[in-house]
Write a new protein. Sequence first.
Length: 210
Amino acid sequence: MPTLTDEAPYAGAVIEEVDDALENENEAALKVGKEGELRVDRILNRVAMDHLTDVYLEDERGLTQIDHIVKMPWGLVVIETKTYGGFISGTRNYQVWKQSFRLVGSNKYYLFQNPVCQNFRHLAAVRHITGLKDHVSSLVVFAGSAHTSRRVHNQIVRINHLKTAMRQRPTTDYLLDWKRDAAWDALKRHAYANSGRSAEHREQLKRRAQ
């Protein structure tokens, strides 16, 4: 089988487009994904001032779901957690990554949205609600066993490095305490107001995929 690279799958490969790299393909995979988010939660409990998990926010583009929003002294961090297996690499289209299972003899490739791009949508919602811009940052955390290409590796943080990543000082100035706290209070109000809208969000995703 051809070597896996950050390119389009080779000619003749079996290709399938999926929503999220098989992470939510079945109940067992969904359980693994939730376990990854719980592991991130436990780390955030030790390093964050406060954090929200499984948050639904709404802006002018509609409803979106965010794995974690973290309150830090310098501002807010929006985290997308992935619990992938297999081999994850990029393609020539920066918005698309691919997953394969070459080590178990499969010649099938699964194409899915780059989670870094996915998290841009979440950043937009947080910025819309809080009015903040420079003090809202993005982090994609890999909590699974997936191997990655160099291109993907440079865009994500492994869960065993998350504590260190969260403690790094930002390049921007610290946000004034009162602005940070006001932004956090606004997020909590919106998260509470939208807490029962998970089914609605799933229906929106289905309509977009049609």
